[in-house]
Structure formats: structure tokens, C-alpha cells
Design a protein around this ligand. Structure first.
Ligand code: OFO
Length: 178
């Protein structure tokens, strides 16, 4: 059964929102890279790829349901932040916003009795729990760190060790990916 037009349009909007998330995180990564905090930068590169995957999973789903993916312009993300904590506070706020977008999509699918879309979207519901928890944890850690440079460098090492898909382009091109 072909996908309901209203759901198709809403999923297209969400593909755009996921691409925007990818763009925002790449921009944050670039900000950290300039400060030589390569562990933070690596973490954001991983995050960028994850958001791309969120968009592509939805892209596949729209196609599988006989819909049509229509790509829209991606808004330009912010490029400057005042503090490390500000960056992660924005990540946490952004993820809470994405959760509300996903919840709206689930509600729309229920309204349309589109059980396939509802089931598909449950993956995103679960994913958002993890995304919000991770962002909140990093905000708490940065609050504890305050302006202690040693602790900040330890966090940089920790984030740099994040396991990544082989698709992550390493910060230094001839270095192996973690
Ligand atoms: Fe960060 O979860 Fe998608 O947008």
C-alpha cells in the first residue's frame, strides 16, 4: 500500500531535519578542530555520520513505501560558540527538539492508521533516548570540568576514542580510525 501523502511530506521534512543535524554537528566539529581539540572534533565527525545515516534510513523507507524523496535546502548551521559547554548545551537542546519532531511523526502515523510508519519510527524513538542521554551526560561532564584544562584534555582523549564506522574520515588522513 503506497504511503499516505501527508506522511510522505512529513518524512521528507524529517530527512531535511536529519541532514541539518549532520551539518550542525560537522560545524561544531570544525570549531573544535580549530582549537586542536581533535578528540572532540572526532566525536562530532562520528555524530555527523550518524545523522547522515538517520536521514538515509528514512530516505530508503520513503522509497520502499512507493513515495518520492524530495530534497530541500539545508539551513546554514551556526559557526561560532562562546564556550565548550555552550556547544554541548546546544547539542542537548537540539536533540530534545528532534525528539519532539519524531514524536509528532509517530502521532501523525497513528492518526492515519499507518502502522508500518509507526513501526518504522519506533527505531528513532529508541535512538532519541540514547542521543538525549549522551548529550546530557556530556553537558554534566563539562560542568564538572569547569575551567580545568587537564580534565578537558582527558575528556578530549575519551571522546577521541569513540569507535567509529570505517566511513569516518580520520582527523589526520594517514592515521588509522579508532
Ligand atoms: Fe541526533 O538524532 Fe537524528 O537528528
Amino acid at each position: 500500500m503506497a504511503i499516505n501523502k501527508k506522511i510522505e511530506e512529513a518524512l521528507n521534512e524529517q530527512i531535511n531535519a536529519e541532514m541539518y543535524s549532520a551539518y550542525l554537528y560537522l560545524s561544531m566539529g570544525s570549531w573544535f578542530e580549530e582549537k586542536s581539540l581533535t578528540g572532540f572534533a572526532h566525536w562530532f565527525r562520528c555524530q555527523y555520520l550518524e545523522e547522515n545515516m538517520h536521514a538515509m534510513k528514512m530516505y530508503n523507507y520513503v522509497n520502499e513505501r512507493g513515495g518520492r524523496v524530495v530534497l530541500k535546502p539545508i539551513e546554514g548551521p551556526e559557526t561560532e560558540w562562546k564556550t565548550y559547554l555552550d556547544v554541548f548545551q546546544q547539542v542537548a537542546e537540539h536533540e530534545a527538539h528532534v525528539t519532539s519532531l519524531i514524536n509528532n511523526l509517530v502521532a501523525l502515523s497513528r492518526e492515519a492508521n499507518d502502522f508500518a510508519s509507526e513501526s518504522f519510527l519506533m527505531w528513532y524513538v529508541d535512538e532519541q533516548v540514547e542521543e538525549e542521554a549522551t548529550a546530557d551526560e556530556l553537558v554534566s561532564k563539562l560542568k564538572l570540568i569547569g575551567d580545568n584544562p587537564n580534565a578537558l584534555l582527558m575528556m578530549d582523549t575519551e571522546l577521541g576514542a569513540r569507535g567509529a564506522s570505517p566511513n569516518v574520515i580520520p582527523i589526520h588522513l594517514n592515521e588509522p580510525v579508532a
